[in-house]
Design a protein around this ligand. Structure first.
Ligand code: ADP
Ligand code: ZN
Length: 511
């Protein structure tokens, strides 16, 4: 029997297991099928790398991203594991196949489309396979945010080698996706091991976008360490980089449109730096191990709670205090819904649920961490003491009346004007546009004044988030499916007021 603690120490240099690693490795050593759900940074790779050296035979790792694979390959080789990969960019196929057959490999990385082919299956028949590790296992589920049809074809491969244990790994799986992984990959329920998702050293904060370049410049000025800013598009990364480079900090960018050499150089510079701000699309970060990232900011709405958790989770892996800031706008929700409408109908339900979950996260006046952890199936305390809402509980108020005025102004002006015009109508502004369209003659003209004026922006945001308003293709507003219950007085609209400091700043800017 192999001496696991000795291997852990001698090969990987770790004094002990972390979290659920020992449970997972223990099951694999017993030959039991396992699904390990462990947050990013929890040390998933060790869960198969250690068995790969402890067990007789080769561990086959199925991994969807070649770049990620090669990072892990290098890391494994660096500690002396006999590892190789079979991908489209590898040139030493024959040698790798010979080593596999000759029992000279501990670890073999392959992409799913390769793994499910008949050629690969017959290769495995001539080798000694010790373990199948399926990385990013959420890709097997249509519920997951990253469905890959090839993952569906893994089951026959796994079943052809019934004596070989299988280990599915993922950082991101809501209850639905988990269930799917178990079924699709043939893993019994008791084989599911979930690690704690809380990252207590990360302080979460969410802000409506309001002059983003300035908001980011303030954030960067207050946080001297390395940081990542995620932007929704390539163009946005370039634009933000330009404005942030004036803040006196080294800035770099990363997105899929850059030359691969530039990308690699930028990434290396960031990893080596102690104060660089990396502005990137979500193409950046997978497989990157930089423990001292002090903040992660999102310039727009992430794709899902899972995505947000994973991306923001790149902050503070060293356990020291770190921050995660999310800047969102109502238009993010509008755009996401438009994208969903163009999807295959079968996928729309899952995507809608993802957007609703994000809506709950950004709109809440309660603990952000609690919302995140509940999403991952945990039962956290109601307050964490380390998020914006726990540190400065925001005031909330019933804005149902204002919301109804807003919705009826949208309706009465013909459902084609933007928020700015609607606000002008409601506050009784005198503009050419209003006069020409006769909008000064409708009943809602000028029915909002005084303090209520300040509520119009947050109210329109709240209405967009909950699908009571939708955007037209020309950027105007129209009523959405959730407008009716609000107009009828069946549903309340509560809004959270931003903390005092931000409110004053905004007031100073507009007033
Ligand atoms: P994941 O794939 O879950 O995001 P990794 O496998 O990349 O995480 O591991 C994250 C970091 O944790 C790596 O730097 C790794 O070396 C380190 N690590 C993993 N297991 C242990 C352990 N038992 N003790 C100390 N450090 C560990
Ligand atoms: Zn909290």
């Amino acid at each position: 029997r192999p001496d696991i603690p000795a291997l852990l120490h001698d090969i990987f240099g770790f004094p002990g297991f972390r979290g659920v690693q020992d449970q997972v490795v223990g099951r694999i050593m017993e030959g039991q099928a396992t699904l390990a759900i462990m947050p990013t940074g929890a040390g998933k790779s060790l869960c198969y790398q250690l068995p790969s050296v402890a067990l007789e035979g080769c561990c086959v790792v199925i991994s969807p991203l070649i770049a990620l694979m090669h990072d892990q390959l290098r890391a494994a080789q660096a500690v002396g594991i006999r590892a190789a990969s079979l991908t489209s960019v590898d040139t030493d196929w024959r040698e790798t196949q010979d080593r596999l057959r000759g029992g000279d490999l501990d670890l073999l990385y392959v992409a799913p489309e390769r793994a499910t082919g008949e050629g690969f299956r017959s290769l495995l028949r001539s080798a000694n396979v010790a373990l199948f590790a399926i990385d990013e296992a959420h890709c097997v589920s249509e519920w997951g945010h990253d469905f890959r049809p090839d993952y569906r074809l893994l089951r026959p491969l796994l079943d052809e080698f019934p004596q070989v244990p299988r280990l599915a790994l993922t950082a991101t799986a809501d209850a639905h996706t988990r269930e799917d992984i178990l079924v699709q990959l043939g893993i019994p329920r008791e084989g599911m091991i979930i690690a704690g998702f809380d990252r207590p050293n990360i302080r979460y904060a969410v802000h409506p976008r309001d002059g983003l370049p300035r908001q980011l410049a303030d954030l960067v000025a207050a946080n001297p360490g390395p940081g990542i800013v995620y932007a929704p598009t390539r163009a946005a990364t370039e634009k933000l980089a330009e404005s942030l480079s004036r803040a006196g900090r080294p800035v770099s960018i990363y997105h899929a449109g850059l030359d691969p050499r530039v990308r690699a150089a930028n990434q290396a510079a960031f990893i080596a730096s102690e104060d660089m701000v990396m502005i990137a699309t979500i193409a950046f970060g997978m497989g990157i191990d930089k423990p001292d990232v002090r903040f992660v900011a999102h310039a727009g709405l992430p794709k899902s709670i899972e995505g947000y958790y994973q991306e923001s989770g790149r902050a503070g892996r060293d356990g020291e205090p770190a921050q995660a800031h999310l800047y969102w706008g109502a238009e993010d929700f509008a755009r996401a819904r438009q994208r969903i409408a163009e999807l295959d109908p079968a996928r729309q339900q899952g995507e809608r649920a993802r957007i609703a979950a994000l809506g709950a996260l950004v709109e809440t006046g309660t603990c952000r961490r609690a919302i995140l952890l509940r999403h991952f199936g945990e039962d956290p305390p109601a307050t964490c003491g380390n998020c914006d809402n726990c540190l400065a509980p925001p005031a909330s108020l019933d804005a149902t009346q204002t919301a109804r005025k807003f919705l009826s102004a949208v309706y009465r002006t013909g459902q084609s004007f933007g928020a700015g015009h609607i606000e002008s109508v409601l506050t009784g502004a005198v503009t050419d546009k209003i006069r020409e369209r006769g909008h000064d003659k409708i009943s809602v003209y000028g029915i909002v004044d005084g303090e209520e004026t300040a509520l119009l922006r947050p109210v329109s945001r709240a209405l967009l988030v909950r699908d009571a308003l939708e955007t037209t293709e020309h950027g105007g507003l129209m009523l959405g499916p959730h407008a009716r219950p609000i107009l009828r007085g069946e549903e309340e609209v509560r809004i959270v007021l931003p903390p005092r400091r931000e409110r004053r700043k905004r007031g100073a800017r507009t007033g």
